[in-house]
Write a protein that binds this ligand. Structure first.
Ligand SMILES: [Zn+2]
Length: 245
């Protein structure tokens, strides 16, 4: 299975063909066979926003998890806030993607509640889902609970559901085979929109262009935040940096 939008569309068709209802983390038990579609936003809100429009065109809704403690994007930035609110308003569920390594606290509940609150302010809506970013084995083994939040790595969703993920452009289990095997009535499928595009791309290319694109974005921010940036670096020079010329 490659990382093209058409492969994802095939995944959704197979789920429907095998009678899986596409549900959320609250109502999945109501259905004989259910799947929860999850997306962790590790690198780019823009890719996730685009992916949500694609999912909408397929007539489906899913769950996106936002990382607050990341250097890759800023959830407080105006255009990012707008995208997140729009996703929420179009019926997608937005949860908290939490990086435990960002804090020294042994009691994680305090920073978790504080990030939950920040994300609620950004969305202007309640947040009741949490997914750990790159969870440590202990975080997976201990069935952790936090007030006001559903932990999508709790036993209920990680062991009692068949969990399948595309981490680092790699599927440990082929989701097509999981669906057609008819062995599982409950699925949680995690994808990262960053990996997906209209046509399949090689992972090295995706990471390299992600890095070079960042220099151009920096330049654009610079032009918005200092007077006369051309005095120091011209648009042409910035473009050359971006395109590595
Ligand atoms: Zn993550």
């Amino acid at each position: 299975m490659d990382f093209s939008y058409s492969s994802y569309e095939k995944l959704i068709s197979l789920l429907k063909q095998y009678n899986y209802s596409i549900t959320d983390y609250n109502n999945y038990k109501k259905y004989e066979k259910s799947v929860i579609l999850r997306h962790d936003i590790d690198f780019s809100i823009k890719d996730s926003y685009k992916f949500s429009l694609f999912e909408e065109s397929l007539g489906i809704k899913s769950n996106y998890f936002v990382l607050l403690s990341t250097g890759f994007y800023n959830p407080m930035e105006k255009r990012v806030r707008k995208m997140l609110r729009d996703m929420h308003n179009r019926g997608f569920t937005i949860g908290l993607h939490f990086d435990t390594t960002a804090y020294d606290n042994t009691d994680l509940n305090k920073p978790i509640q504080s990030e939950k609150h920040i994300l609620e302010e950004i969305l202007e809506a309640p947040v009741n889902l949490i997914a750990f970013h790159r969870p440590a084995p202990t975080a997976l083994a201990n069935n952790l609970k936090f007030p006001g939040l559903i932990n999508v790595y709790s036993k209920e969703f990680f062991h009692d559901c068949k969990y399948c993920s595309d981490s680092r452009f790699f599927w440990r289990d082929n989701p097509y085979e999981l669906i057609t095997s008819q062995k599982y009535d409950r699925l949680q499928i995690l994808t990262h929109a960053f990996c997906w595009a209209e046509s399949d791309r090689c992972p090295a290319h995706v990471y390299k262009s992600f890095i070079s694109q960042a220099s151009w974005e920096r330049y654009k921010y610079l032009t918005e935040n200092i007077r006369n940036p051309e005095e120091f670096i011209s648009e042409e020079e910035a473009r050359k940096l971006w395109l590595n010329k």
